[in-house]
Write a protein that binds this ligand. Structure first.
Ligand SMILES: Cc1cc2nc3c(=O)[nH]c(=O)nc-3n(C[C@H](O)[C@H](O)[C@H](O)COP(=O)(O)O)c2cc1C
Length: 426
């Protein structure tokens, strides 16, 4: 992904150990803490789904965030490094492969690219303490993925696909959900047969990107095919949520998709009916890449004067590689109501010339303080976690206790993680 700059302010090893122990213990909770129901999720996106994008998606209302696909062998053998504000980086030969922050952990799904059950398990175990769920990419049609048998090619090697999922399911702790993201097969019955096999591996949710391997991303997604898949999965009786992916543009649009994929059939009025409420959740990629505020209930944020400065400021604070931040910001599309398209174009021209965060500051002027934004995100997630805890039934003490630890250790401002670690060793 790129290389990191300086690493300052790392906590001393003893405190670090204590915090890592807290992370590990907080992981020991039932899978119920990851809910795949009634949500709008950030899709996995190579390059565009890095840490600042995920944190902002959560800030604006995404219920869960998928990390970008990381190929199994890339993460295996990485060194895990903790930076100043607890950014956790997985690095190999000085290169940053993947990064995360403990505050996103309750909402973070790690996506694996793999065509090998052993490597997939090793990859999952490498990051298991930093994520809440593991997903297998069975939908990427790009040659770099398919040539090695990964991604969408797994749809055509179902034995291997299912072996990877089963191996993950039996090797990683049962409280960590394993999920799969697939594409449609050209034939509807073939798709259902594949779905049945996948569901039987013990997955906790299934995402269906409603395009086939050969469809281009500019072609309209075949959302009309999803209703039959939802019905079918419901009939299998495993209670597996189905997540729609393809052309969803916002949370509101997600409600329309849910309606579109549900149905009510009356065979004999008042005697027999079949009701399907449609997909459980939606997953958004392109629309989020263009504007991360698509998860909010309301108009999109202006990319020129609000979203981009916020992004760059947060990314600088997190020491996200400049090239990646520049790429992500360059994808934003919503013009400001005052400056219009010309304003956005002028902003992007300036961005194009900038060589780093400091250059950007010189050319465009100051941006809001990244720490303030990070604290705001921590506060939002702390409140969200607290609300989730209140909604829990009293019969789940282990979950409640461990989740409370996540809330207090990682997301309670103004207490910094370092302070929390010091207190927990007292
Ligand atoms: C920039 C970009 C990167 C992507 N990277 C991944 C990936 O790492 N893993 C994956 O399963 N899909 C990946 N996809 C596919 C999306 O997750 C999603 O399935 C697809 O874009 C359809 O959703 P949409 O219509 O909302 O864009 C990527 C898509 C985009 C635009």
């Amino acid at each position: 992904m790129g290389s990191r700059r300086s690493r300052s302010g790392s906590p001393p090893p003893a405190k670090r150990f204590r915090l890592e122990q807290e992370v590990s213990e907080a992981s020991d909770t039932p899978s119920k803490r990851v809910s795949y129901r009634n949500g709008a999720f950030l899709a996995p996106m190579v390059r565009s789904g890095t840490l600042p994008s995920r944190l902002l998606a959560l800030k604006y209302g995404a219920d869960l965030v998928w990390g970008p696909e990381v190929v199994d062998r890339a993460i295996i053998g990485c060194e895990r490094v903790i930076d100043g504000d607890w950014v956790i980086s997985y690095e190999k030969n000085g290169r940053l492969i993947w990064s995360t922050h403990p505050i996103e952990k309750p909402y973070l799904v790690y996506q694996i690219g793999s065509a090998n059950p052993q490597f997939a398990v090793q990859a999952a175990l490498t990051v298991i303490h930093d994520v809440s769920a593991v997903d297998l990419n069975c939908g990427c049609p790009k040659p770099f993925s398919t040539h090695a048998g990964m991604g969408a090619n797994l749809l055509y090697t179902p034995d291997l696909l299912c072996e990877i999922l089963s191996s993950l399911r039996s090797a990683i702790p049962s409280y960590i959900p394993v999920t799969a993201k697939i594409r449609l097969l050209p034939d509807a019955n073939d798709t259902l047969k594949l779905v049945e096999r996948i569901v039987k591996t013990g997955i906790s949710a299934l995402t269906v990107h409603c395009r086939t391997k050969d469809m281009r991303k500019t072609e309209e997604a075949h959302v009309h095919r999803l209703g039959a898949i939802v019905d079918f999965v419901n009939q299998l009786g495993e209670g597996i949520p189905v997540i729609e992916n393809g052309d969803c543009t916002s949370r509101e649009d997600g409600s329309r998709i849910k309606e579109r994929t549900g149905r009510v059939e009356w065979a004999v009025v008042f005697i027999w009916s079949h009701i399907s409420l449609g997909v459980d959740s939606v997953m958004i990629a392109t629309a989020a890449e263009r504007n991360l505020s698509c998860f909010a209930n309301g108009p999109l944020l202006d990319a020129e004067t609000v979203l981009s400065p916020t992004y760059l400021s947060l990314a600088r604070y997190l020491k996200n590689p400049w090239g990646n931040s520049k790429h992500c910001v360059s994808q934003f599309t919503s013009p400001s109501p005052v400056n219009g398209r010309a304003g956005l174009k002028a902003f992007k021209d300036k961005l194009g010339k900038a060589k780093g965060y400091l250059d950007f500051d010189e050319e465009i002027g100051g941006t809001p303080d990244g720490k303030v934004i990070m604290d705001e995100i921590k506060d939002i997630l702390r409140r969200r976690t607290a609300t989730a805890l209140e909604a829990l039934e009293p019969c789940e003490p282990a979950f409640t206790e461990a989740s409370a630890r996540i809330a207090s250790v990682f997301v309670t401002p103004p207490q910094s993680p370092v302070t929390a670690a010091v207190q927990s060793t007292a």
